[in-house]
Write a protein that binds this ligand. Sequence first.
Ligand SMILES: C[S@@+](CC[C@H](N)C(=O)[O-])C[C@H]1O[C@@H](n2cnc3c(N)ncnc32)[C@H](O)[C@@H]1O
Length: 245
Amino acid sequence: MILYSLEEVPLWLQRSTNYNFTCTVKRKLERFKIIEERQNVIEPTKPLYQSIKGKWRAEYFKNDAPITLELACGRGEYTIGLAKIFADKNFIGVDIKGERIWKGSTAAVEENLSNVAFLRTQILLIENFFQAGEVDEIWLTFPDPRPRKRDIKRRLTSPRFIELYKKLTKSGSYIRLKTDNTKLFEYTVEEMSTRNDIADFRFTNDVYNSDLRDECFDIKTRYEREFAAKGETIKYLRFRFKEEN
Ligand SMILES: C[S@@+](CC[C@H](N)C(=O)[O-])C[C@H]1O[C@@H](n2cnc3c(N)ncnc32)[C@H](O)[C@@H]1O
C-alpha cells in the first residue's frame, strides 16, 4: 500500500468522494478536540456542564451583568455581534452541533471576548443549565422551521418551548425571533396573539424596511445571508413576558 502525507495526495484521489468524506470527518474530529480544550465552550466532557446551573455569573463570567441567550446559534453570529456592541453584558450561544460552535468559539477567542460562552446541548434540556430567572433576554436566530404537522411541538416557538423561556427569564425580559421562513413566522405570530401573559408584542415581515430594524443591529447570520440571497425577506418579532405583580 502506498502511504501519502496529506500535501502529497494526488489530485485524482483528492477528487474522490471517499477522500472528501475522510477529510470532512478528520476536520470535524480536530475541531471537536479543540472545543474540548476551550474554556469558552461548555459541553458534556467539562465539569461545569454538570454544575453551571444558577452559577453563570459567579463561576463563568465573574460579574453581575445581564445574560442574553442565542438559541439555535449555529456559528453564533448574534452572540459574537452583540458581545462586541455590549461589552458590559454576557452572551451565551446554545446549539447541539460542535462544529458550528467551534466557529463561534474561535471568533470569540480571536476577538478576545470574555463576555461570551457557548453551551452545547439540546435546547429542550436548557432547564438543566439555567435557574429560573437567570436569563435576561433570548434570541432565536433562524431556527429550523419544522414544517411537518407532526413536528409542530419541535418548533422553538411552540408552547412548550415558550413556557421554558418564561421559566428561565426574569419577568419583563424580551424574547426575539428572526427568520426567513413565512410559515414558521405566521405560526409564531398566531401563537403569540393567543397569549395573555405577553406585552410589547411587535412584528414585521420585512425587518430591513421597518422601524424595528435598529433592534436587530444589522447582524447577519449565515442562514440569513443564504436566504436573503435567494430573495427571502427577513422577518422579525419580539415580545416580553408581563411583569408579575
Ligand atoms: C437553521 S440553523 C440556524 C443557525 C444560525 N442561527 C444561523 O442563523 O445561521 C438551526 C440551528 O439550530 C440547531 N438546532 C436545531 N434544533 C436544535 C435543538 N433542539 N437543540 C439545539 N440546537 C438545535 C442546529 O444545530 C442548527 O445549528
